[in-house]
Design a protein around this ligand. Structure first.
Ligand SMILES: N[C@@H](CCC(=O)N[C@@H](CS)C(=O)NCC(=O)O)C(=O)O
Length: 347
C-alpha cells in the first residue's frame, strides 16, 4: 500500500546530514496591474522558469492552499484582509499523501476527491505537471508545495513563493476593489507602506530564518546536532520579538497602530506554536502563552480582534485541529496530541 510503504517518502524531510534545508521556490512570475503590463520577460536568477508579467484580472487566478501550511496561511490572511474573495478564488487541498503529496481526499468542506477545476487528478502534482507541460516538459521534477497562484487563462503556475504572492495581493488587484480597500488609499497605513518598507524587510529577514523556517529546522531535524544548532536560535529570536514589542510602546501590532506585512508573516508561525511546534516539533523551551506575555497579547489581539481591524482574516483562517493532525502526520507520529487546551486563551 502506498501509505505504508511509499517509493519516495515525502515525510522524510531532512537531508542526508540530518538537516532540513528548504529549497527555493520554482515559479517566480508576477501579476501586475493591467495598466502597467510590460510584455518583456526577464530571465530568472535561479534559472528555473522565466519570469513573466501576468495582467491582473478578476476571476483569472486561483490560489491553491492547505490550511496546515503556514506559508499558505499568510496568503490566505492577505486575501481575506484585502477583501479579494470575489476576485481570486481559493481552492483548499485537504490531505497529504506520503508518496504523491498534497491531494483532495474528500475531507474538505466541499468533499472534493479530485482537482475541482480540471478533474482527472487527485494530486496537486497534476497541476505542476500541467504547468511544465506547457513549456514542453513531461513532468515536474521539483518539490510540489503550497501555496500556488494559478493562472486559468494560460493554464500555468504564476508563482509558488508565498512572500511574493502576498506582495502581489497587496496592490496588483486593487483596480477590482472599492476605493477604500486599495493600498494607495491607505497612504502610510497600508500593509507595506513606503516609510516602513526597509524596516519590515530587515525584520522579515531574521524572522524568516530564525522563526518561520526555524521551527521547521528543529521539527524536521533528523540528527541531534541539527536540532541543537537551531533550537536556541529560535528562542533567541522569540526573545527578540518580545523585546521588540516592548520597545514599540503603543502597539498593538509589530509596527504600531496598523497591521503590516510583518504581522502577516509572523502570525501563522506563532498561532501554531503552542499547539503544534511546542509539542510536535520539540520547540519546547518556552510556551508563548506562559512565557512571552507581549507576544501572547499581540497574538490574541490579532486572533480575537476586538477593534474590528482584521475583518476576521486571522481568526477565520486558523484551523487548530488540522495543525495537530497535520504536523503529527508530517513527522510520522501515529498519535495526535490533545493539548494544550484551550487552543488559544481568551483576551
Ligand atoms: N517557499 C515556499 C515554501 C512553501 C512550502 O514549503 N510549503 C510546504 C507546506 S508548509 C509544502 O508544500 N511542502 C511539501 C513538500 O515540500 O513536499 C513559500 O513560502 O511559499
Amino acid at each position: 500500500m502506498a501509505e505504508e510503504n511509499p517509493k519516495k517518502d515525502l515525510f522524510n524531510n531532512a537531508d542526508s546530514d540530518g538537516r532540513f534545508n528548504r529549497k527555493p521556490s520554482t515559479f517566480r512570475s508576477w501579476v501586475v496591474p493591467s495598466s502597467s503590463l510590460n510584455s518583456d520577460s526577464a530571465s530568472n536568477t535561479n534559472g528555473t522558469s522565466p519570469i513573466q508579467s501576468f495582467p491582473a484580472a478578476k476571476g483569472r487566478y486561483v490560489l491553491y492552499i492547505h490550511l496546515v501550511c503556514p506559508w499558505a496561511h499568510r496568503t490566505l490572511i492577505t486575501h481575506r484582509l484585502k477583501g479579494l474573495q470575489d476576485v481570486i478564488r481559493v481552492i483548499e487541498l485537504d490531505d497529504m499523501d506520503r508518496e504523491f503529496g498534497w491531494c483532495w481526499n474528500g475531507k474538505g468542506k466541499h468533499g472534493w476527491t479530485e482537482d475541482p477545476i480540471y478533474g482527472g487528478t487527485k494530486y496537486l502534482r497534476g497541476l505542476y505537471d500541467r504547468a511544465v507541460q506547457n513549456s514542453g516538459e513531461r513532468k515536474f521534477e521539483g518539490r510540489v508545495t503550497v501555496p500556488v497562484l494559478w493562472d486559468l487563462e494560460e493554464g500555468t503556475i504564476v508563482n509558488n513563493e508565498s512572500g511574493e504572492i502576498i506582495r502581489m495581493l497587496y496592490s496588483a488587484f486593487d483596480e477590482f476593489l472599492p476605493e477604500g480597500q486599495r493600498e494607495v488609499s491607505k497612504g502610510g497605513k497600508g500593509l507595506l507602506p513606503d516609510h516602513l518598507k526597509e524596516r519590515i524587510n530587515s525584520m522579515n529577514e531574521w524572522v524568516y530564518h530564525e522563526i518561520n523556517n526555524g521551527v521547521y529546522k528543529c521539527g524536521f531535524a533528523a540528527a541531534q546536532e541539527a536540532y541543537d544548532e537551531n533550537i536556541y536560535k529560535l528562542f533567541d529570536a522569540l526573545d527578540r520579538v518580545e523585546a521588540w514589542l516592548g520597545q514599540q510602546g503603543k502597539g498593538p501590532y509589530l509596527f504600531g497602530e496598523d497591521i503590516t506585512e510583518a504581522d502577516i508573516r509572523l502570525f501563522p508561525t506563532l498561532i501554531r506554536f503552542d499547539v503544534a511546534y511546542f509539542t510536535i516539533f520539540k520547540c519546547n523551551l518556552k510556551m508563548i502563552r506562559y512565557e512571552y506575555p507581549r507576544i501572547h497579547q499581540w497574538l490574541r489581539n490579532l486572533y480575537w480582534d476586538e477593534r474590528g481591524k482584521t475583518k476576521g482574516a486571522f481568526r477565520e483562517t486558523v484551523a487548530f485541529d488540522a495543525y495537530k493532525y497535520g504536523y503529527s502526520q508530517a513527522t510520522k507520529q501515529k498519535v495526535v496530541p490533545a493539548g494544550p487546551r484551550p487552543n488559544i486563551l481568551p483576551l
